[in-house]
Every structure is written in structure tokens, then in C-alpha cells.
Design a protein around this ligand. Structure first.
Ligand code: NAI
Length: 256
């Protein structure tokens, strides 16, 4: 049965990391559900491609090239969204980069700082400037992307684990601070999902590498971006109105 609470007609959704993978699929899902979507990513060509796909299917989108680690970029992206659609109701702060498999003492300071800047500071900047806009509209829903790496330790991933745990802690605090204004903040923690991050980079792009990734999944396969998008649309919907500061794990059993 279709969930009437998941009709996003007229809602305005801001999605980062929307040129690829989980963000792309979720941006398209919001548009299919009737939302106006701000497609936000560092990759300008990818942004244009996703906007074209949404518009070709009869949806409504604006494309914005933005580096989420830069305050000026984030503020401009939100200004452009308000200019295009009049405000913001939903934010999926999802842009992120991975860490190569490397022990902590060998992880360079530069790589640690870059990951922190995008995966943690990026989420901070987005929420910092989204929340006042949502307060003005009487509320909103924010979902930030963490990871299975946000709830357990992983050898060889200390930096990534640190920032993804940070996303959960920051989101829980923000959830408590702003639920009184009807702004709901929650987190999604995906397992291994079939996106360019995994298929092209983390796995090394080889069949052997993909098999190693799948071996970490009790379910015996990678997740699909659509399986994360469905969870995000649920969390942002009125069906999840009582869900506040929750980190939802959707991971095929990886962290069980
Ligand atoms: P992806 O690499 O396929 O897509 C990430 C997108 O983020 C790309 O379009 C990229 O251009 C964009 N991006 C990177 N740096 C940016 C920046 N500074 N500003 C704006 N956009 C930027 O990755 P995927 O797999 O879709 O990952 C999305 C999120 O999900 C990330 O936060 C990742 O850490 C998280 N995640 C992914 C998992 C997976 O197995 N694919 C598992 C758990 C979490």
C-alpha cells in the first residue's frame, strides 16, 4: 500500500553528494515523490546530468555546484535554493569521501584533515545554515549520512570511523536542540552500498575487490542505493514524525 505520508508534493529538498551513488538516487526519489530538489555536489557535470534526468521525468530540480567543506559555498547553495523554490523543508547531508585501508599511524595528516573537512565539517556547515531557514518555515527534517563505521570500530579506517561517529554525535545534539522548533534531525548508517565509491574506488575496481566487500556482508550482497533512498524518504516523512536523533542502520547485517 502506498504511504500517503510519503507524498512530497510541493516540499523542497536539498541533497548533497547528489551527483553520484546514494545522493543521486535519493535526489531522484524525492523528485519522483513530488519534491522540488536542489541537486548539490562538487561535480558540476554530474549535477547537470542529474537535473536533466529529473526534468526529463517531469520533476523539478535546480543544480548547484558546491564544495560542502566551504562555508561560502554552502551559504550560496542555500541562497540559490531559497531563490529557486522559496525555502527548504528537507535536507539530506550526504556528501562524503572514503578512506583507503591504512593503519592510523600511517594515515597522513592531510588525508585526515580532508576527510574531516568534507565528511564532518561539511555536515556541520550544512546544518548550521539550514536550521535557521527551517525554523523560519515552522520546521523541517534533516538526515545526515554516517555509516556502519559510525557505530563500530574498523581496523584500517580510524579517520573515517572518527568522522562518521562524529556525524552521529553532532546530529543527536542538534536533534535535542531543535526538536522544540519542529526540526527533526536523524542519521542514516548505510552498510556496503553499490556506488562508485565502492565499485570504482574502495574495491580497487576489480572482481576480487568486490568479492572482498561482499564477504563483509552477512546478507551476501551489497546494498542498492535505492534501499538507502527508501529509508531516507521514510525518515523525512510524517510517518516518522516521532523519530528524533536516531541513527538508522541499513546494512545487511554488517554491524550486527
Ligand atoms: P559516491 O562517491 O558514489 O558519491 C559521493 C558524492 O559526493 C560524489 O558525487 C562526490 O562528487 C560528492 N562529493 C565529494 N566531496 C564533496 C564535497 N566536498 N562537496 C560536495 N560534494 C562532494 O559515494 P556514495 O557511496 O554515494 O556515498 C555517499 C555517502 O554515503 C558518503 O557520505 C559516504 O561516506 C556514505 N557511505 C557510503 C557507503 C557505501 O558503501 N557506498 C557506506 C556507508 C556510508
Amino acid at each position: 500500500m502506498a504511504d500517503q505520508n510519503q507524498n512530497y508534493a510541493g516540499k523542497i529538498a536539498f541533497v548533497t553528494g547528489a551527483a553520484n551513488g546514494i545522493g543521486r538516487t535519493t535526489a531522484i526519489a524525492f523528485a519522483e515523490a513530488g519534491a522540488h530538489v536542489a541537486v548539490v555536489d562538487l561535480n558540476g557535470d554530474g549535477v547537470a546530468e542529474v537535473v536533466a534526468a529529473i526534468e526529463a521525468a517531469g520533476g523539478s530540480a535546480v543544480g548547484i555546484t558546491c564544495d560542502v567543506s566551504k562555508s561560502e559555498d554552502v551559504r550560496t547553495a542555500l541562497d540559490k535554493t531559497v531563490e529557486a523554490f522559496g525555502g527548504i523543508d528537507i535536507a539530506f547531508n550526504n556528501a562524503g569521501i572514503e578512506q583507503q585501508q591504512i593503519p592510523l599511524a600511517d594515515l597522513s595528516e592531510e588525508d585526515f584533515d580532508r576527510m574531516t573537512a568534507i565528511d564532518l565539517r561539511g555536515v556541520f556547515l550544512c546544518m548550521k545554515y539550514q536550521i535557521p531557514l527551517m525554523q523560519k518555515r515552522g520546521g523541517g527534517a534533516i538526515v545526515n549520512t554516517s555509516s556502519g563505521a559510525g557505530v563500530v570500530g574498523i581496523a584500517g579506517q580510524a579517520g573515517y570511523v572518527a568522522v562518521k561517529h562524529g556525524v552521529i554525535g553532532m546530529s543527536k545534539s542538534a536533534a535535542l536542540e531543535y526538536i522544540g522548533d519542529n526540526v527533526r534531525v536523524n542519521v542514516i548508517c548505510p552498510g556496503i552500498i553499490e556506488t562508485p565509491m565502492i565499485t570504482d574506488r574502495v574495491s580497487g575496481g576489480t572482481e576480487e575487490g568486490q568479492k572482498k566487500m561482499i564477504a563483509q556482508e552477512p546478507i551476501g550482497r551489497m546494498g542498492k542505493p535505492e534501499e538507502i533512498a527508501a529509508a531516507v524518504l521514510y525518515i523525512c516523512s510524517d510517518s516518522a514524525a516521532f523519530m528524533v536523533g536516531h541513527a538508522m542502520v541499513v546494512d545487511g547485517g554488517q554491524t550486527v
